[in-house]
Design a protein around this ligand. Structure first.
Ligand code: GTP
Ligand code: MG
Length: 582
């Protein structure tokens, strides 16, 4: 909840303005019954029409005054709460953007969305309500009490009993209800979670016909939500009528007490009317307070969830003064005793004692069985994650001291899973370099063997892609993401298994174009097929998080058992002819 301080310090002045108008409004409400009693007791009782008219006029003016105040506080409250909501959403978004992968992985991705939307709205609604009715309720409650006691101390005896009884009821309601309301909120969360999981995996659910399973899961969460909600409703079903009953008893007592005093000529009728009015206002205020409580519990749960995101301390630090040496083409990358685990230093290591030097302009092939840590290795270079121990140097500078944004400026990466965004093909390619010209875009697309299929679309480079590029095939997506990386003209190019969905001819063509492009660029090329890496300057063989061989194809065939095994699994025992020929 600490994050609220910023917004409080920013908006408290306007907030107070809204509270000021609410106070005026409450004052107007409080004056009405008293004036009413004067009209009855003086105007009606003494048949003085002029007095009735005068007081009636006064009532009208006060009502108008209250209405103006109400409009004003509405305007101010909407302004403040909307501004607050927008700012909170913006700050939360920026916070999420600034977080490292390690931080973000503490949350379910989908839950970050709920926090950004639903949770912010809950808090915003509460702040809005706070300025509109919530402040008014206690004001009316206390104000009515004071006015009633001043109006007629004798009748106030009733209040002496009713108010404590109702207060105890409201307090009990809050105490018993709080835990239950939190429970409702939690079970609503799990309904959301089940639904989100279902929707993100809907294709798989359909493919495996897991409807019954999913429906069961959903129903379970749904029933849980129902049960929790019923519990709360039951609670309200007991408390609300009890509060109502107590107040009505009080009103009956006032009428009875009042009537006996009126008949003794100790009191006038108007006082009874006004007194009953004040009691209804007290009732209204108390009801509002218990409603506020419902909203408050939700807002508090939401605020806690938002706070959890704000509380994340970015684990990635850097020295703003450190920069990479400029004027060189192709960076040297040194891994020195690098170990890495996704769960931080204590977790199971995914990479163990990696030592590797990539010279400027070299092409390094990386091969190894699935899960051996190839992607993890290259993802450390742009600092998507930080090493657990050891160091990675780029041109002699430890990446731990470098601003990740500056480091990533020099690197282009083609991720294993092609990720494109909704927008035109051209817009997607410009991600690589927003200043690229049309010629540069086409040149890169040509190298990535993407130009021909793009040109075949009726709208060419202006073709709109759906979210994640759904309207493209796997191979088309891969080629676009290669082109996107090439446009960047990087010093380091990382290709993570980016030709897995391409046929061999296309792959060979791309490799040919890359050869001329990559001269001078340090290139790390992960592949499943040996033929994809065979002609690299160096091949790194990975097995279970360790490097088990570094060398050329020929050297590895002689010295590295794992490499030979991969080779044999792909070609059989015999060397095929075209390999021998190389
Ligand atoms: P392929 O891409 O299938 O060829 O495998 P790879 O060699 O690229 O393996 P990768 O580096 O992706 O994974 C190595 C190990 O790290 C595996 O045991 C994974 O379970 C684990 N791993 C990979 N990505 C993540 C991640 O984002 N979070 C966590 N916690 N573990 C991961
Ligand atoms: Mg991988």
């Amino acid at each position: 909840m600490g994050f609220m301080k910023i917004y409080v310090s920013k908006h408290w002045k306007l907030f107070l303005v809204a509270v000021f108008f609410v106070t005026l409004e409450a004052l107007a409400d409080l004056l009405q019954p008293t004036i009413m009693s004067h009209i009855l007791d003086v105007g009606v009782a003494e048949k003085r029409l002029d007095y009735v008219l005068r007081m009636g006029g006064l009532m009208l003016i006060i009502t108008a005054f209250g209405a103006v105040a109400a409009s004003m506080r509405n305007i101010v409250a909407s302004h403040v709460s909307q501004k607050f909501g927008t700012e909170l959403r913006r700050d939360l978004f920026e916070k999420i953007q600034a977080l490292s992968f390690a931080n973000i992985e503490q949350f379910e991705r989908a839950s970050l969305i709920t926090r950004l939307t639903n949770d912010v709205t809950q808090v915003q609604n509460f702040v809005n309500g706070l300025m509109r009715i919530f402040v008014k309720a206690p004001l009316l409650c206390i104000g009515s009490l004071i006015m009633a006691v001043r109006l007629n101390p004798h009748l106030s005896v009733v209040l002496l009993i009713v108010v404590p009884v109702v207060s105890v009821l409201v307090a009990l309601n809050l105490k018993v209800g709080f835990a239950r309301f939190v429970g409702v909120q939690k079970s609503l969360d799990s309904v959301n979670r089940v639904m989100r999981e279902y929707l993100s995996g809907v294709r798989v659910v359909k493919a495996f016909n897991r409807f019954d399973h999913e429906t069961g899961k959903f129903q379970q969460a749904n029933i849980e939500y129902q049960n929790k909600s019923i519990q709360v409703t039951r609670l309200l079903a007991i408390f609300n009528p009890s509060i109502l009953l107590s107040v009505n008893f009080g009103i009956a007592a006032v009428l009875w007490l009042g009537a006996s005093r009126v008949s003794n000529n100790q009191m006038q009728v108007g006082h009874i009317v006004a007194f009953v009015n004040y009691m209804t206002q007290i009732l209204f205020a108390l009801m509002t307070i218990s409603m506020v409580f419902n909203l408050f519990v939700r807002a508090k749960a939401s605020a806690n969830r938002i706070g959890e995101v704000f509380d994340q301390v970015n684990t990635m630090t850097w020295d703003a003064n450190t920069a990479l040496p400029t004027g060189r083409q192709g960076c040297q990358i040194d891994f020195e005793h690098v170990s890495f685990s996704y769960e931080g230093a204590s977790g199971e290591p995914v990479l163990k004692n990696i030592n590797l030097t990539c010279l400027p302009g070299e092409t390094i092939g990386i091969i190894g069985s699935t899960g051996s840590g190839k992607s993890s290795l290259v993802n450390l270079i742009p600092r998507f994650y930080d090493v657990s121990s050891g160091s990675i140097r780029v041109d002699g500078v430890d990446t731990q001291e470098l601003d990740p944004a500056k480091l990533r400026d020099r690197i282009a990466i083609v991720p294993q899973k092609s990720i494109l965004f909704s927008g035109t093909i051209e817009e997607n390619l410009l991600w690589g370099n927003e200043h690229a010209s049309r010629e540069e875009i086409m040149q890169a697309a040509n190298m990535a063997e993407a130009h021909s299929f793009i040109a075949a679309f009726p709208e060419g480079y202006e073709t709109m892609l759906g979210q994640r590029g759904v309207n493209l095939s796997g191979g088309q997506k891969q080629r676009l993401s290669i082109a996107r990386a090439l446009i960047r003209k990087p010093d380091v190019l990382i290709l993570d298994d980016c030709t897995s969905a391409l046929d061999t001819t296309t792959e060979t063509n791309i490799k040919e174009s890359l050869k001329s492009f990559a001269s001078g660029v340090t290139c790390l090329l992960i592949a499943q097929r040996i033929t994809s890496v065979m002609d690299a300057d160096k091949i790194v063989v990975m097995d279970d998080g360790e490097i088990v061989g570094i060398g050329t194809h020929e050297a590895l065939m002689k010295s590295c058992r794992v490499y030979v095994e991969i080779f044999q699994s792909q070609f059989g025992k015999e060397l095929p002819h075209h390999v021998k020929a190389e």
